[in-house]
Design a protein around this ligand. Sequence first.
Ligand code: SF4
Ligand code: SF4
Length: 386
Amino acid sequence: MGTGELQNWAMARGLVLGVAPVRTFEEGRAALEWRARQGFSTPFAAGRPEERYRPELLYPEARSLVVVARPHPAPILEPGPGQGVIACYALGPDYHEELGRDLGDLAKLLKQSGARLAVTQVDSGPLLEREAARLAGLGYYGASCNLIIPGLGTAFSLGLVITDLELEPGEPLATATCRNCGRCLAACPTGALLAPGRLNPELCLSYLTQKRGFIPPELRPALGGRIWGCDVCQEVCPENNRWAGAIPFRPRAGLLQKEQVQVTPYRQDLAAPPLTYPDLATILALDKVSFNRIFKGTALAWRGKTVLQRNAAIALGNMGDLAALATLRQALGAPVAILRAHAAWALGRLGPAGRPALAAALATEDDPQVRREIQVALDFKNPGKG
Ligand code: SF4
Ligand code: SF4
């Protein structure tokens, strides 16, 4: 089976496929070295740095990298009152599972064609998937660091199969390049895009919503209502004209259970089911069983309940809606210190109404970091509210 046949197989499944040669990813190496020189970490990276840009290190017998892009919807969606915003890649079923199934089928196909090696990777191994996709000729880097596939934009997930089959590789695109319009850099809420193609991951809201532990207080306001991921640099990119169109979208059934989440209908004129963002107060009150029932099988479950609840507390604080008072007061008594701390921060944002609960919590709180957060919250003066 050749590259063309594989591409036809992929196209029939709504996927985009390309083949990269097994060689050092020079651009990926340069980007990682730049990050290391700046002292920035590379969050969630697997393996040693050199294993990220040298495919032959882990797989000396590998001859080809078959890269697959799976488009995901870029829906029009405005959050309703009290709803948390989720990046579009995470709204539906977990792409790791869906793309993983596609790659599993592809690996079987390669084996039927004589491959002895056919290892799949969807964020599950060290290789830089974007760089493999660029080398395969699927797309080019935008100033936002996202890979842009001509005609498709940035709304897709990537995975690959490492194989010992010799397949005809693609070439990096020679003429397609980023328009360098600067919109992504200007729109980034935290200035995480320091320069075209230069990202400080520790300032990136997408990373912050997924990291465990405390979110630096100075970055919490920039999260706004986001509880998972950030689409800003993609939304503003002119290559993503799909964002301006209506894409029928089918969210996971659990997200539509009315007793657990508010449902916001969108585009009544489309025959698509309603698309929804989850209700923040509901998220904060979830126990483990309900959390799993709603979020298991979505990308949001990856870091567990506490991370999502922490993000929900921040979002409620940013909204400053007094309707969240009772929910946040309850979260101030949560068994997990991180939740108590972020609930305290959020209550501080509600102004005088939040103070009695904060003062009461300070009288009984033992954790020094949570105590500090409560004290700062008690002193907080919201300039907008006097
Ligand atoms: S995902 Fe959001 S925070 Fe991260 S670089 Fe893009 S706009 Fe900035
Ligand atoms: S917003 Fe403009 S500068 Fe940024 S990636 Fe898109 S085209 Fe390039």
